[in-house]
Design a protein around this ligand. Sequence first.
Ligand code: DQA
Length: 142
Amino acid sequence: MRVLLLHGPNLNLLGTREPGIYGSATLGDLEDRCRGWAAGLGIEIEAFQSNHEGALIDRIHAAVGTCAAIIINPGALSHYSYALHDAIKAVDLPTVEVHLSDITAREEWRARSVTAPACAAVISGRGADGYRQALEMLAERR
Ligand code: DQA
């Protein structure tokens, strides 16, 4: 089973970006941990990060026929990208949205995710462990 692991804007700066909120692990560290968890579940990870909405959408479209599911942390796009919502809906692959921080416990504008309704589940505020939970969820659905 192949899972597309997508990260949106500013998540390439993990490790140095607001470490009090997002922790000190880099995106590479996080992807490595995900690959480790995934291997134990018989899942192969294809990882991609972009600061550009269209690039993320293109990657979601390209997942059809190559990936069985998607894990996405859309970053701030979660809060306003209807295009990303529609892309997730369009490909009809089981998708779990993950946020490192608890988006419901921060600024008011962050509490709503417009991409979440297109996803099978949302995991928020559990740090890196949220990705492990997402992988387990997808492995169970298989
Ligand atoms: C985030 C939460 C978003 O509100 C923020 O814009 C991010 C990261 C998270 O993982 O907690 O870039 O998705």
